[in-house]
Design a protein around this ligand. Structure first.
Ligand code: SF4
Length: 62
């Protein structure tokens, strides 16, 4: 499965990072960086959790 970020939509809230810190982080300028894009197993569940908490629906798992 793949994490897809809609970058123009992302507002840098960072809730996704709290949900899945090993998959993504905010850089020094508040831009979200995906540390992994292909995920499976427990990481896919983490990625879906991150997508669920995003308040502007900027993340999805496809
Ligand atoms: S929670 Fe959503 S808006 Fe916030 S950094 Fe993550 S993807 Fe961007």
């Amino acid at each position: 499965m793949r994490i897809v970020l809609d970058r123009p939509r992302c507002e840098g809230h960072g809730l996704c990072e709290e949900a899945a810190p090993r998959l993504m982080h905010l850089d020094d300028e508040g831009e979200l960086v995906l540390d992994r894009e292909e995920v499976d197993g427990p990481d896919a569940a983490l990625a879906r959790a991150a997508a669920r908490v995003c308040p502007v629906a900027a993340l999805r798992v496809a």
